[in-house]
Each structure stands twice: as structure tokens, then as C-alpha cells.
Design a protein around this ligand. Structure first.
Ligand code: NAD
Length: 475
């Protein structure tokens, strides 16, 4: 590993959380060791010929943390901060995340140590394609072994390049489309990926808020309607989380961005705020809202739920004691430092952990992979059949009702056969409901488990251990 003594190690942090949870399981030490180690780490260096003719060496990684389920799955990030340690930690977290939401993958992660802002589009394309070619050489990419996705600094465009490079090198491979997810629709992407993480955050928190015992413990009534929410970060995840909370009756009282925050006790509409920010280049001075110049002050407002959806470590030992919310839904990865986590748990704040709460993205990536392997759009075979069946039922009901026809709107709603987007949304909803209840069940059965994060880890460890148990050990 590239870390030295005294150097911060993200992977060691993940290991500590894992060990804290492992104490509550009955799993053999050897199996626990097998679960936490990274199975394969591919560290590569390759040259890039820059637009000005100079040559630069690029540092990159792909880590396959666990092969207990295959393929491995996890994003590729472009960032100056990429290290082997970071990629290993993120790959390990993917293993646990997938296990919790019952997505049948092992964890993986990739990283290229560059700041994409300093490279032209053509240079980025060359880096992405060469990286993919290196992965192909070593069998670190493929529908059955390792399936990357977007992460920090990458998106649909890069996934398109990866797909094209892979198919160019693997001509005739019938399932090649499933070698990467997060692709544009035209290249086999799935509908519903963009909103997936924010929507998953909403479904997860909604399920937690349905639990009477938990709500009593934190001093709230059940349900989402009327709850006051603070959102940090109006990017992809923050915007979509805010949208679903608001549409379900919650009141978004504050939105924090890096230039400042705005507050309106009567509620903010995320789309209007987004347009205002786009037009004025700032979230501040939104009509009807009060400006909060220091963005972080918004986190300390009186509210029921705080959704951090920006960066890591935004709540630390300094501001954690001043937070007044009852629930924190970790939409971002790692928004709480370990110290903040302890302080908030001691205060009785319910922290719904990132590891499963923001799993909507990987869940819908799974649906994309399944779509690519089945070579048919979700819903294509069922939609018309379902509509025809529903229309027959409607006709029978109308006959029973003395021939009185249903009004057009009701007829359309009842007859509607599922489109891809309906299936993706309902699949995600089911996934988040099931995962939340699995975690809450184990927490309720073992009250000595200190927090929901530990309970989530326990769920993951138990599932992975039982797979290893059934697989046996080769040879
Ligand atoms: P994004 O870049 O679309 O949005 C992040 C937003 O946070 C931006 O609008 C940015 O201006 C804002 N921001 C930056 N610094 C801030 C600060 N100091 N205070 C307030 N706001 C600040 O990113 P995203 O895709 O929405 O991801 C947000 C978080 O969710 C990240 O931690 C990411 O790892 C995590 N996540 C994202 C996904 C996904 O599908 N996009 C999946 C899982 C986890």
C-alpha cells in the first residue's frame, strides 16, 4: 500500500468501521480477514502524448475488492487526489454497499490521478481509452468480471468512450454492452439513472420515518409530510433529494451551496432555486428567502432532517455539537468525520449512513447491466400485454357498474402498462425499502449495536460471509 506510517489512510478507517461491526457477528476470524482484504489491485502507469507534443506519465488504478460475487462493480474517478489507498477504501465500501442493497456484485473502484480541468477533450479521451485498453489486457474489465461506472470527474461521455474502446478490442462479444454502466441512452444506458441516488435517499429516509419506535426515540412523528429539511449541495443528488422530499409534503427550509445559503421557513422550491442560481450565478438573493452568508451556518438551523449532499467531512467535531436536527440522511459519501459521528450519536441524532442510503446509483446501474445482458428495454415485452389485460378488467368493471364508463383520466391511469422508467423507479423503491428494514431489524434485535452505520455493516458482513460459506474455498 502506498501509505506510510503516520499518514492518513482512508482504507484503515474503513477497516476500523468494519472491525467495530464484526464484533457483533459470530463469523470466524479467517473469513472476516478474507472479507476485508482487497483481492486484486492493479496499479498502472502509461504515457500520454499531450496536444503540445510533450509526453506525460499517467498514474492510474483499478481495485477489485471482493470476488465473492462477480462481476466487480464500481466507479472510475478522475481526481488529483487519487491514491492507491483511496481506491482500495472506495472499492471495499462498494462491496458492502452492494451487499446491503442486494445487488449481486463484488466491490470495485478505479481512479486516474489527473485534474480533468487541465486536459483537453481529446487528451481526456486518449487517457480514458488507454486506461480501458490496459484494463482489457489484464482482464480487469468485462460484463462478467468487472464493470466500471461514472464517479467523481467522470460521466456519460467517458462511459461512452470506455464502451467504444472495449467493443473495438473485443469484436463480436455479444454481451459487450454490459462492460460499463452509466452510458448514454443511445449506447444502452437506462432511464432513471440521473435521479436514482437522490430518489434512493428519499425512499430510505421515508422508510426510516415510517418506523414508529425510531421516530419516538428521536422525538418526531412518523411520516415525511410537514418535516423541515435542510439540504446541503444543489448538485445532482441534492437537487433530486430535495425534489422528492418536497413533492411528498416536506418543507425545504434551507439550501446551502458553497457561495452561501438561503432560508425560508415556508419552504423553497428546488427547481426555482436551481434556475435562480443558473441565471444569477449564485444561490443568494432568492426572492422571499433570507440570505445566510456563511453557508455552514445553515447546517445549524432548527429543523428535523439534514441531508448533506455535497462533500465529505462537512460535519466535524467543531460544528457537530451545534447541529439541531433529529435525523441526518447521508446522501454524500463521508459527510461526517468519525468524531462528529460519535458526538451526534451521543446526542441521540439518528444518522442514516451513506453506505446504503446513497446506493440508488449502483442499484440502477445494476438495472442497466441486466438490460444490456437481456438485450431488451425493460418493460418492452410486458407493457402492451399489461395494458390489454387492464383494459379487459376495466370493461368488466364498467359492465358490473351498469355500463357507466370510467372517466378518461382514471381509465388511462388504471390501464397504464409499465415503461422502463416506471420499472426502474419501482425497483429502486423496493430495494431501498427492503434494505432499510433489514438494517432496522438487526438493530432492533441487538440493541447493543451502537448506531445504524454499525448495523448496516453487520448486514453486509453477514451476507458476504454466508456467500463465502456456501462457496467453500478453492482448491
Ligand atoms: P455534484 O457535483 O452534482 O453536486 C455537488 C454540489 O455541492 C455542487 O452543486 C457544489 O456546488 C456543492 N458544494 C460544493 N461544496 C460545497 C460546500 N462547501 N457547501 C455547500 N455546497 C457545496 O455531485 P453529486 O453527484 O450530487 O454528488 C454529491 C455527493 O453525493 C458526493 O459526495 C458524491 O460522492 C455522492 N454520491 C453521488 C452519487 C451520484 O449518483 N451522483 C452516488 C453516490 C454518492
Amino acid at each position: 500500500m502506498s501509505t506510510h506510517l503516520n499518514e492518513y489512510s482512508f482504507y484503515s478507517d474503513v477497516k476500523k468501521n468494519f472491525e467495530k461491526a464484526a464484533k457483533f457477528t459470530k463469523i470466524d476470524k479467517g473469513i472476516l480477514d478474507t472479507i476485508i482484504v482487497c483481492n486484486s489491485v492493479y496499479r498502472m502507469r502509461f504515457p500520454l502524448k499531450r496536444d503540445d507534443g510533450s509526453v506525460e506519465v499517467i498514474e492510474a488504478y483499478r481495485v477489485q475488492h471482493s470476488h465473492h460475487k462477480e462481476p466487480c462493480k464500481g466507479g472510475i474517478r478522475f481526481s488529483e487526489n487519487v491514491t492507491q489507498d483511496e481506491v482500495m477504501a472506495l472499492a471495499a465500501l462498494m462491496t458492502f454497499k452492494c451487499a446491503i442493497v442486494n445487488v449481486p456484485f463484488g466491490g470495485g473502484k478505479g481512479g486516474i490521478k489527473i485534474n480533468p480541468k487541465f486536459y483537453s477533450r481529446y487528451e481526456l479521451e486518449k487517457i480514458t481509452r488507454r486506461y480501458t485498453a490496459e484494463l482489457v489486457k489484464k482482464n480487469f474489465i468485462g460484463p462478467g468480471c468487472d464493470v466500471p461506472a461514472p464517479d467523481y470527474g467522470t460521466g456519460e461521455r467517458e462511459m461512452g468512450w470506455i464502451f467504444d474502446t472495449y467493443t473495438s478490442l473485443k469484436t463480436g462479444e455479444v454481451n459487450a454492452m454490459a462492460c460499463v454502466t452509466g452510458k448514454p441512452l443511445a449506447l444502452g444506458g437506462v432511464r432513471g439513472r440521473k435521479e436514482a441516488t437522490g430518489m434512493g435517499v428519499f425512499f430510505g429516509v421515508r422508510e426510516v420515518c415510517r418506523n414508529e419506535k425510531l421516530m419516538k426515540k428521536v422525538g418526531l412523528t412518523t411520516g415525511i409530510a410537514g418535516k423541515k429539511i435542510i439540504i446541503q449541495g444543489l448538485g445532482n443528488v441534492g437537487y433530486h433529494s430535495a425534489k422528492y422530499f418536497r413533492e411528498n409534503g416536506a418543507i425545504i427550509i434551507a439550501i446551502a451551496e458553497y457561495e452561501g445559503a438561503i432560508f425560508n421557513p415556508n419552504g423553497l422550491n428546488e427547481e426555482e432555486v436551481f434556475q435562480h442560481r443558473k441565471n444569477t450565478k449564485s444561490i443568494l438573493n432568492f426572492p422571499g428567502a433570507k440570505n445566510i452568508e456563511n453557508s455552514n451556518d445553515a447546517l445549524e438551523l432548527e429543523a428535523d432532517i439534514f441531508i448533506p449532499a455535497a462533500l465529505e467531512n462537512v460535519v466535524n467535531k467543531d460544528n457537530a455539537p451545534r447541529l439541531k436536527v433529529k435525523i441526518i440522511g447521508e446522501a454524500a459519501n463521508g459527510p461526517l468525520t468519525p468524531e462528529a459521528d460519535e458526538i451526534l450519536n451521543a446526542k441521540g441524532v439518528l444518522v442514516v449512513p451513506d453506505m446504503y442510503l446513497n446506493a440508488g446509483g449502483v442499484t440502477v446501474s445494476y438495472f442497466e447491466w441486466v438490460k444490456n445482458l437481456s438485450h431488451v428495454r425493460h418493460g418492452r415485452l410486458q407493457k402492451q400485454f399489461t395494458e390489454n389485460t387492464n383494459l379487459t378488467i376495466i370493461k368488466e368493471l364498467e359492465l358490473l357498474n351498469g355500463g357507466k364508463p370510467l372517466d378518461d383520466k382514471a381509465r388511462r391511469t388504471i390501464a397504464h402498462g409499465p415503461d422502463e422508467i416506471d420499472l426502474v423507479h419501482s425497483g429502486l423503491e423496493e430495494t431501498m425499502i427492503t434494505a432499510t428494514n433489514e438494517i432496522l431489524k438487526i438493530w432492533e434485535e441487538q440493541p447493543e449495536i451502537p448506531d445504524m452505520r454499525t448495523a448496516s455493516f453487520i448486514v453486509a458482513i453477514n451476507k458476504i460471509a454466508s456467500t463465502y460459506d456456501e462457496l467453500g474455498i478453492f482448491p
